[in-house]
Design a protein around this ligand. Structure first.
Ligand code: SF4
Length: 323
C-alpha cells in the first residue's frame, strides 16, 4: 500500500482494509473483485492481485502462517528481495537490512555519494547498509532508517538541524544535502481519454477492462484514448463504435477530470452520451448498473471521480438545485 505514497495517506485505506479482511483467511476467501474494490484509490492494482494470490497460497500451503525464511517467502507472488527483507526483519527479527528509496537517499547523503545508479551502485549501497545493520535489533534499525528518510532526510528540504545523524553526514558537512541524490529528470506523458456516460432507465453502462495490462479487470465507462490530432468528440464516436458497435446520436461534455499516474497524466473527458440504439451486450464484459450500485464495482481513480460527480448531480436534482 505504501508504494509511491505516504503513511499518512495510507492509514485510512489500511484501517478499512483490515475491517474488511481482518486476517489472511478472510483475504484468501474473498473473490478478486471484492479485493480490487477494497483496494480502490490506492492504484498499482497488481499489488492487490498478488497479495490476494499470496494469501491463498499461505492458507493452502502454510496453514495461514506467513513463512519466516527467505526460501519460504520466495514462492509467494509479490515477495521480491525488498518485501521479503522487510517482512522477515520487522515480523520475525531476522538480521536483514531493507534498502528502499528513503534508505538509499540517507546512505548517499551520509557518504556524500553524488551519483551512480544501476546494479553496481546498488550492490555498493547494500554492502554499506549491511555493515551498519544492528543485528540484534534489525526491526528497530530498519524502521529507524526508513523513518529517517521519510520524515527528516526528505528528498527536498531535509531537516538537517533536527537530524540525529547530522554529525556523521558528509553531504551536510559539504552543504550538498539538497543536490544529493541528483534529481531525476522525469517527463510526464499526457494522455487524453474520452468516455461515454450512457444512461438508460436510471442505469449506467459500464464495461470491464481486459484481464491483463494496465488496470486489468477493473470496470470503466466505455471509451478510450484520443488519437493524435483527433477531436475529442470524434474520438468518442470512434471509440463507442469500436467498443459497442453503436453510433453516437448526441454527446455533451459533462466534466473533465485529471488523474496522475507515476509516469503519465490522464485527462479524462466524460460525455453525457445518447446512442442511436442500444446494441445487445455480452454480460461478462458489459453491465447496466443503477447509480447507487456503481460503488460495488472496482473502478480506477479517474472513473471513481466521475461517479462521485454523478452522485452529487443526482443529489442536487433531488434538492432542486440547478447544475
Ligand atoms: Fe539527511 Fe541532513 Fe541528516 Fe544528512 S544531516 S542525513 S542530509 S537530514
Amino acid at each position: 500500500m505504501l508504494q509511491q505514497t505516504t503513511v499518512a495517506a495510507v492509514v485510512p485505506y489500511y484501517e478499512k482494509w483490515l475491517g474488511i479482511f481482518p486476517d489472511v483467511f478472510a483475504l484468501a476467501r474473498a473473490p478478486l473483485p471484492r479485493v480490487l474494490k477494497a483496494w480502490e484509490g490506492l492504484g498499482y492494482y497488481d499489488r492487490a492481485r498478488r497479495l490476494h494470490q499470496a494469501a491463498r497460497i499461505v492458507c493452502r500451503e502454510f496453514d495461514g502462517r506467513i513463512p519466516d525464511t527467505p526460501e519460504g517467502l520466495r514462492g509467494l507472488p509479490g515477495f521480491g528481495p525488498y518485501i521479503s527483507a522487510a517482512v522477515l526483519s520487522l515480523a520475525y527479527g531476522r538480521p536483514l537490512a531493507v534498502l528502499d528509496a528513503n534508505v538509499r537517499r540517507v546512505l548517499m547523503r551520509l557518504d556524500r555519494i553524488r551519483g551512480g545508479s544501476g546494479a553496481a551502485a546498488d550492490r555498493a549501497l547494500r554492502r554499506r547498509l549491511d555493515g551498519l545493520l544492528d543485528r540484534r535489533r534489525p526491526s528497530a534499525f530498519n524502521q529507524a532508517m526508513m523513518e529517517l528518510g521519510a520524515l527528516t532526510c526528505r528528498p527536498r528540504n531535509p531537516r538537517c538541524p533536527a537530524c540525529p545523524v547530522q554529525s556523521f553526514c558528509r553531504a551536510f558537512e559539504a552543504g550538498e544535502q539538497e543536490v544529493i541524490p541528483p534529481p531525476k529528470k522525469r517527463r510526464s506523458q499526457k494522455i487524453a481519454t474520452v468516455v461515454g456516460i450512457i444512461e438508460s432507465r436510471g442505469r449506467y453502462l459500464i464495461q470491464k477492462r481486459p484481464p491483463s495490462g494496465l488496470l486489468a479487470g477493473l470496470w470503466e465507462f466505455p471509451g478510450g484514448k484520443r488519437e493524435k490530432g483527433e477531436r475529442l468528440e470524434a474520438a468518442l464516436r470512434r471509440e463507442l463504435k469500436e467498443e459497442l458497435g453503436a453510433e453516437v446520436e448526441r454527446a455533451g461534455l459533462l466534466l473533465k477530470v485529471r488523474h496522475a499516474y507515476t509516469h503519465f497524466l490522464v485527462d479524462l473527458y466524460a460525455y453525457d452520451t445518447v446512442l442511436d440504439k442500444i446494441p445487445p451486450f455480452d454480460r461478462r464484459r458489459h453491465r447496466w448498473v443503477a447509480r447507487g450500485g456503481l460503488k460495488r464495482y472496482p473502478f480506477p481513480s479517474g472513473s471513481a471521480k466521475i461517479i462521485r460527480f454523478l452522485e452529487g448531480r443526482a443529489a442536487d436534482h433531488r434538492h432542486g438545485r440547478n447544475v
